[in-house]
Design a protein around this ligand. Structure first.
Ligand code: NAD
Length: 253
């Protein structure tokens, strides 16, 4: 139920953090992984890691917020991989500032990567699936911050876009259900990746995170990747429009 042999899995933001862990795990479950990242050297590095472990992978530079880049890279990557079965919309950025000090440029950058990028990649994949009359699966990376006003530090653009990811997920799940395209999301708690280096360097903040989390720790990238594996294949064939928390109980409080 969990094997993904022969599936072509595109992972945005696959060059680092959660995306890298996902690339390695999808390959271990038999998928051909297409690593897509703004940082082409990072994408290539993950492709090499997958290949060294005996997996199949390709790597491409991609800016998810750039429509022309999404259209041309997806079409090239689909040709090279022989198709596309699962899209993992994982690229995301965070710019922490008090809302009164956040520039419009920074707001727009976060919206364009975290939300518009997800729309562009999903639309491109769905056009391909619907055009060929084949099923597909989309997995979006939301966050516990999709449901929370935060509190550790001000981050209005991140929290607004992650809330948007939840309803983008539900809306596309409903719209594309007739086309046999499932759309789900994961909502991680704080995960040990470079995105939160600034928090991990601050013991006071780490103590607050432990106190907010019933399981009293951060998540590891592999724990988020494992939830993505479930949402990608036959094991979740009846699951769509769902947001799977990987949060150590944060949202249950
Ligand atoms: P990360 O910074 O370690 O990795 C993000 C990757 O995305 C990087 O490789 C980066 O180069 C790439 N990227 C950035 N902008 C891009 C763009 N425009 N186009 C393509 N690629 C781009 O971060 P991470 O923690 O692995 O985050 C992955 C996802 O998980 C994000 O959506 C993030 O919001 C979400 N998330 C992270 C945490 C956490 O605590 N780390 C918690 C909840 C959700």
């Amino acid at each position: 139920m969990f094997r993904l042999d022969g599936k072509r899995v595109f992972i945005t933001g696959g060059g680092g953090g959660i995306g890298r862990a996902a690339a390695l795990m999808f390959a271990a479950f038999g998928a051909h992984v297409v690593v897509l990242d703004l940082d082409s050297a990072a994408a290539e590095g993950v492709r090499c890691e997958v290949a060294e472990l005996g997996g199949a992978a390709s790597a491409f530079a991609l800016d998810v917020s750039d429509e022309a880049s999404v259209l041309s890279v997806f079409s090239q990557a689909e040709r090279e991989a022989g198709g596309l079965d699962v899209l993992v919309n994982n690229a995301g950025i965070s710019i922490c500032r008090p809302s009164t000090e956040l520039s419009l440029e920074d707001w727009n950058r976060v919206v364009s990567v975290n939300l518009t990028g997800m729309f562009l990649c999903s639309r491109t994949a769905a056009r391909s699936w619907i055009g060929r009359g084949v099923p597909g699966a989309v997995i979006n990376t939301a966050s516990i911050m999709s449901y929370s006003g935060g509190g550790l530090h001000p981050n209005i653009s991140y929290q607004s876009t992650k809330a948007g990811v939840v309803n983008l997920t539900r809306t596309l799940a409903v719209e594309w259900a007739d086309n046999d395209i499932r759309v789900n999301a994961v909502a991680p708690t704080w995960v040990r990746t470079p995105l939160i280096d600034h928090l991990m360097a601050d013991e006071g903040q780490m103590e607050k995170i432990r106190n907010l989390t019933p399981l009293k720790r951060l998540a590891e990238p592999e724990e988020v990747a494992a939830a993505m594996i479930f949402l990608a294949g036959r094991a979740s064939a009846m699951t769509t429009g769902h947001v799977l928390a990987v949060d150590g109980g944060y949202l249950a409080r």
